[in-house]
Design a protein around this ligand. Structure first.
Ligand code: ADP
Ligand code: MG
Length: 513
């Protein structure tokens, strides 16, 4: 303890004296700062209450403190645990006490003599009305709790496959055949290869096969090979060992194969796989083992593979841009998805299901197709298949307040009017052989995700005013889709005024554009 300050006349104190003083000042401090304080003796009798405590007496049914002090605590303070603290000798540091006087945050400590024997207890009322004084804390706590539950629910929803085989809409012979094959392969654990043009529903079907398989409860993990830069693909697939790199990757990272363990991995656009990685992928498929980058340890995995491509893999094998051994490894159970143009009888149910989904996502009312709109849809040749159909319907639904969509709302070019450059298409089911993986700047011609409306060759031969108008319409549609139909927000995104947007929306509904 500090020695007396210079100039102080106080005599030096013994250690015992200091302790006694410390106990005394702490007692006084608590008595003053706590909302209330009481001391109870060995026999549970109240021997003293603080000034603050007196305020609770009326609520407990006492007018004068002399009626209260001297009583056994459990007789005058309902639900008290002071007697229990005295009997057990153990403190109750924080507790909520509720009785007819209200709810209190309390603390109860045993008092001991020199020999350590319990001689009583001290009770502190730290807070009254904790339900309001502690409210910010309680609100924060319950908000965090809610956020945690939301995040857990979202995670579960993301891991749950979004699709079922029945959700693959279509009753045409071609669609029924696809569903029959999908059900059959779902019952096996073999590799599945989904072939078909872009937008024909390969990804949807991959989800559905997983959901109908014995692995449904385990993860479904997608790698879109065309979307991952070539230099990052290996780490994406196989992961990175801790310490292999500095910086963000220092701690290492699991690859998609590891994340899909016990579940299904969906290798989308497998035709875009760079040749050197094809050999590594083949090894993984054969051995069911992955080796993270910078590690020399192999990790056993148990993963079912579903691969998809819109490219003609046999032609790529012939050209030498796809390994034959990998092709045969993947081509165990191929399913070929029909083009929309080859199952036009499914157009109406597909449009109906898509309009349903569009309404649900955008919060706009459900819109139906008028007869002339259906006729127009049936005349289009749908190079972008169901994805293109979805885009056309979404644009129409967002561009007009009408509940019935007419042909004039649909921004499609009738097949007959399409410029010749758009017309030639492979006559086989397979798309034309695409060039090997293009540099990141040049989008592969067979990749309408980026240009959903028409292949770039068609764009190139349009009269310029028309191309500009279509580009504008598409930008507006995408902005409206991004903002859920909110026109002010869409105008902001496009960097134009709301008035200009309305003007252009009017123009977009004009069939002459
Ligand atoms: N048979 C179908 N029934 C309902 N929606 C479909 C069907 N096929 C495709 N779609 C929808 O069309 C869009 C493109 O499908 P997707 O599976 O991504 O095609 P792909 O992978 O072949 O390019 C998605 O919005 C998908 O939900
Ligand atoms: Mg796809």
């Amino acid at each position: 303890m500090a020695s007396p300050t210079p100039g102080s006349a106080a005599l030096p104190l013994s250690a015992d004296g200091v302790l006694k003083l410390a106990a005394q000042s702490m007692f006084d401090l608590f008595a003053q700062t706590a909302m209330g304080m009481m001391v109870v003796d060995r026999e549970h009798r109240i021997v003293w209450i603080s000034e603050g405590y007196k305020r609770f007496l009326p609520a407990l049914g006492f007018e004068r403190d002399s009626d209260f002090v001297g009583k056994r605590v459990q007789e005058v303070v309902p639900n008290t645990l002071m007697n229990q603290v005295i009997e057990s000798g153990r403190p109750i540091l924080v507790d909520l006490l509720t009785n007819k006087a209200g709810t209190f945050l309390v603390s109860r400590l045993p008092l001991r003599d020199d020999q350590g024997r319990v001689i009583g207890a001290v009770g502190l009322v730290l807070l009254d009305h904790p339900e309001s004084t502690m409210q910010p804390l309680m609100v924060k706590f319950s908000r965090l709790q809610r956020e945690l539950e939301d995040a857990q629910r979202q995670l579960a929803a993301q891991r749950r496959p979004k699709y079922t085989i029945a959700g693959f809409i279509g009753a045409s012979a071609a669609a029924l055949d696809v569903k029959r094959q999908a059900r059959r392969v779902a019952g096996t654990d073999s590799t599945v290869l989904l072939l078909g043009d872009t937008g024909t529903g390969k990804e949807l079907l991959a989800h559905a096969i997983h959901a109908a398989s014995a692995r449904a409860a385990a993860p479904f993990v997608t790698v879109n090979i065309a979307a991952v830069p070539e230099t990052l693909l290996e780490a994406e697939f196989f992961g990175v060992a801790p310490g292999a790199y500095t910086g963000a990757e220092r701690k290492g990272r699991d690859g998609k194969f590891k994340l899909a363990d016990n579940g299904t991995i969906f290798l989308d656009e497998i035709g875009d796989m760079p040749l050197p990685l094809q050999a590594k992928l083949l090894r993984v498929l054969q051995e069911q083992e992955v080796e993270p980058l910078g590690s020399n340890r192999l990790h056993k995995i148990d993963v079912r593979v579903i691969a998809a491509t819109s490219r003609d893999l046999t032609a790529m094998v012939a050209q030498g841009s796809f390994r034959a051994d990998l092709y045969y490894r993947l081509h165990v159970l191929p399913i070929r998805l029909p083009r929309l143009a080859d199952r036009l009888q499914d157009l109406e149910p597909l449009a109906d299901a898509l309009l349903d989904d569009i309404a649900r996502r955008s919060g706009l009312p459900h819109k139906a197709l008028a007869g002339d709109a259906l006729d127009a849809l049936a005349q289009h040749d749908w190079p972008g298949n169901i994805r293109e159909l979805r885009n056309v319907l979404e644009q129409a639904a967002l561009m007009t307040d009408d509940l019935l969509l007419h042909a004039r709302h649909l921004s499609i070019v009738p097949a007959a009017a399409a410029p010749p450059a758009a017309a030639p298409r492979a006559t086989t089911d397979a798309p034309p052989a695409a060039a090997p993986r293009a540099p990141a700047t040049a989008l592969p011609a067979a990749e309408p995700q980026a240009t959903p409306d028409a292949p770039p060759t068609a764009e190139a031969f349009k009269p310029l005013p028309r191309a500009i108008a279509e580009l504008e319409a598409r930008a507006i549609r995408e902005a409206l889709a991004a903002t859920g139909g909110n026109k002010l927000a869409a105008a902001k995104l496009l960097g134009i005024s709301r008035a200009t947007l309305y003007e252009k929306l009017g123009a977009a509904e004009d069939p002459s554009v």
